[in-house]
Design a protein around this ligand. Structure first.
Ligand SMILES: C=C1C[C@]23C[C@@]1(O)CC[C@H]2[C@@]12CCC[C@@](C)(C(=O)O1)[C@H]2[C@@H]3C(=O)O
Ligand SMILES: O=C(O)CCC(=O)C(=O)O
Ligand SMILES: [Fe+2]
Length: 358
């Protein structure tokens, strides 16, 4: 059982928080989806998160600066074929264009990880989000056979593209993780599970296709695509459709700022576990997604984390008398359990000052 199944088994979601609205027939924003308590204002902030060319000889120091200041950056020259990105986008649009009765055949179960449903974080909010998610770990064949029972070529096409993309994402995430570790001045020896003796342990990953359908009342400021959160992973690699903005990050002195899509680029998010590993030096930034009334936006988020039961703690090279470890060691499963209870306050559970104060 992986960390997500283990955590979700003890924290099941209500059934009514799994089935998304039938967005194709909705011609107004229902009360259930109106975030009236906190009108959502689109930011006027001009500014961009760093765009880093991975072939730049200064890539490591640019990554360090981006992780410290923003916790989010975009990468180019990442080696993922453009055609594969396009195929993933087309398959995602195709999947979410299926009629409700067909896509619901792949509905996630209350304790399940994979399949179709509302974003799992709906659990934490009184209002629902204007989005739907299809989750995978490895091959989605089990769901593809239900989605397209009589179309074997369609099943195979969907599965091949999703598997190929996850294979490429795993390599890229490993590369980004090593660059981030190196930028902290740590060696791979300083990170337990990267040591050659432990390298047989496989990282855990999760892959989400997100869909943000055209929203009739998006101008009212009452619709939310994906509510503010941080990712629990070490890092997340995100592909966003090139035609439509929506992703925003929260900067301390600037408020909400858009991360506009750049053709061929991928977004990298520092996750909570990386924040711990860097002893708080790298930010896991709050982000959200807004929707619009003209374009259907899709994205593909690949969450990369440590192997099962491996505990992440602040890297040894960052710790000395003047820099004590800010966090106690924590596995992905322990963090997910804490997030299920405390959501955006979960990191506080593992802060050493909080642990001693308890
Ligand atoms: C209810 C949950 C969904 C989530 C795991 C969790 O138990 C708490 C945090 C959620 C979140 C938010 C960021 C992205 C995500 C993949 C993650 O790492 O933590 C989701 C998880 C999910 O949707 O499965
Ligand atoms: O759709 C996006 O741009 C972001 C989605 C996201 O933050 C997530 O899946 O965790
Ligand atoms: Fe996220």
């Amino acid at each position: 059982m992986n960390s997500f199944s283990a955590s979700f088994k003890s924290n099941p979601v209500d059934f009514h928080k799994i089935i998304p609205l039938d967005f194709k027939t909705a011609n107004k924003l229902p009360d259930s989806h109106k975030w009236t308590d906190h009108p959502i204002v689109n930011p006027f902030t001009v500014g961009t998160v760093p765009i880093i060319n991975l072939s730049d000889p200064n890539a490591i120091s640019l990554i360090k600066h981006a992780c410290e200041k923003w916790g989010v950056f975009q990468i180019t020259n990442h080696g993922i074929p453009l055609n594969l990105l396009r195929q993933v986008e087309l398959q995602t649009l195709g999947l979410f264009s299926l009629p409700a009765h067909q896509i619901l055949s792949a509905l996630r179960s209350p304790e399940g990880i994979t399949g179709y449903g509302q974003p799992r974080i709906s659990f934490f909010f009184p209002k629902l989000m204007w989005s739907e998610v299809f989750s995978m770990i490895g091959s989605p064949i089990e769901h593809a056979t239900k989605l397209w029972p009589h179309q074997h070529a369609r099943q195979a096409n969907f599965c091949n593209i999703m598997e190929e993309y996850q294979k490429e994402m795993k390599k890229l995430s490993e590369k980004m993780f090593k660059l981030m570790v190196e930028s902290l001045g740590a060696t791979l020896e300083d990170v337990d599970w990267l040591k050659p003796t432990m390298s047989c342990k496989e990282p855990e990953t999760l892959f989400h296709l997100n869909s943000y359908p055209v929203c009739p009342d998006s101008d009212s400021g009452c619709a939310m695509g994906f509510a503010p959160h941080t990712d629990s992973s070490l890092l997340t690699v995100l592909y966003q459709s090139t035609t439509t903005s929506g992703l925003q990050i929260f900067g301390d002195n600037i408020g909400w700022m858009p991360v506009h899509p750049i053709s061929g680029a991928l977004v990298v998010n520092v996750g909570d576990l990386m924040h711990i590993l860097s002893n708080g030096q790298f930010k896991s930034t709050l982000h959200r997604v807004l929707v619009n009334n003209t374009h259907h936006r899709v994205s593909a988020a690949y969450f990369y984390g440590p192997p099962k039961d491996v505990k992440i703690s602040p890297s040894i090279n960052l710790i000395d008398h003047d820099h004590p470890p800010l966090f106690c060691p924590v596995s992905w499963k322990e963090l997910l359990d804490a997030k299920a209870k405390h959501f955006n306050k979960a990191l506080e559970v593992f802060r050493n000052d909080m642990v001693t104060a308890k």
